[in-house]
Design a protein around this ligand. Structure first.
Ligand code: SF4
Length: 356
């Protein structure tokens, strides 16, 4: 489940970590609504629908990284339904000190490894885990490279195409995904297409329940290049490489989580304010404005957005804001809002001048 899970440990234990991100706009919700009150986001209902319709047959276990209370409750429902050999609510540390949050996280990961060992009997040696980490390091590097190319040449590949390519990595082995990403990079380093008269935007708030593909397309068709986003954030969560030359790779994974995590509304990182980190991202990606797009009823996102928007107001950074559901089907209103945003920046704004 979203947002981040260190898939390296499952890979090293001879498993495949599959990302379950909801039913999107393809799954009709009939039974899932009965499990949740009306005023929560959509994704857990569609995941309930998927499990009740037996789409997860053949999965050995389910891991629910801590994001919010909704996901905690969802893990409880999976326990009651007795699906798979284990159901684990993985409490990601909110304390970033090595001897507190770090120790806790190591214990959490070892609990997962024990559950997998009980199924397949595979012991994760340091060599195996270092090898897996190196493959995921490569995966992050390749995705980072695609984003870097799009930063300079966003017309070469649409944001929707990038989204699909990155999302493929949630359901196939990392070795296969790396091979696909390498082919994609070989294509996008060549010039193709022509730059269009669009503004450059950063989309923020979509870290958990994913927006429908039509919404991503709508933003770009309404006059924006999506240069940066927090879609599928787990695949880019760790910023930079994780140490692979170590006798204790679990600690290396832990140190990376404590020291190299990106920011997200699902994390309470009090010593590292998100508005400062958002500002750094806006500067480094050189965007013209921010689109705050959050799932309806997503408490973590909607609690953060006023803080982030105040920073934008204080810095004269243009932004708009709207809500979506994974199954939103009507984009006309959003297209008009985004189109007006784009036009207003193109026609009347001076380019954003932010001090480095
Ligand atoms: S979309 Fe928001 S409220 Fe819903 S499960 Fe994710 S973080 Fe929680």
């Amino acid at each position: 489940m979203p947002v981040y899970f260190p898939r390296e440990i499952i890979h090293a234990a001879n498993g495949l970590a599959v990302g379950i991100l909801g039913g999107g706009d393809k799954k009709l919700i009939l039974k899932g609504d009965a499990y949740y009150q009306s005023y929560i986001c959509h994704m857990p209902r569609s995941i309930m629908e998927l499990v009740l319709d037996n789409h997860f047959e053949g999965f050995d276990g389910f891991i629910f990284p801590s994001i919010c209370d909704v996901i905690r409750n969802l893990s409880g429902m999976f326990q009651l339904l007795e699906r798979g050999s284990f159901v684990k609510y993985l409490d990601l540390p909110q304390n970033f000190k090595s001897h507190i949050g770090g120790e806790f996280y190591i214990h959490e990961l070892q609990t997962v490894l024990k559950s997998v060992f009980d199924i397949n009997g595979v012991s994760v040696t340091p060599e195996r885990l270092n090898h897996s980490i190196s493959l995921f390091n490569r995966n992050r590097e390749l995705i980072h490279r695609i984003y870097a190319i799009r930063q300079d040449f966003p017309w070469r590949m649409t944001a929707a195409d990038v989204y699909n390519i990155v999302r493929a990595g949630y359901v196939i082995p990392v070795e296969d995904h790396n091979a696909i990403l390498e082919k994609v990079i070989a294509l996008v380093i060549e010039e193709n297409g022509e730059p269009l008269d669009k503004i450059r935007v950063l989309v923020m708030g979509a870290f958990c329940e994913q927006p429908p593909l039509g919404l991503i397309r709508t933003i770009e068709m309404a006059g924006c290049y999506i240069i940066e986003d927090d879609f599928l954030l787990g695949s880019r969560w760790i910023m930079g490489n994780i140490d692979t030359y170590t006798a204790d790779p679990i600690k290396a994974l832990t140190d990376a989580y404590l020291e190299k995590s990106t920011f997200s509304s699902s994390v309470y990182d009090v010593g590292n304010p998100k508005e400062v980190r958002l500002l750094e991202l806006i500067k480094s990606r050189n965007v013209d404005g921010v689109i705050f797009a959050a799932p309806s009823f997503c408490d973590p996102a909607l609690l953060d957005h006023p803080i982030l928007q105040k920073m934008c107001n204080d810095r004269n950074i243009r932004f708009i804001s709207f809500l979506y559901s994974e199954n939103t089907g009507q984009f006309k209103v959003i297209k008009e809002q985004v189109g007006t945003f784009s036009d207003s920046i193109k026609l009347w704004e001076e380019p954003l001048q932010l001090k480095k």
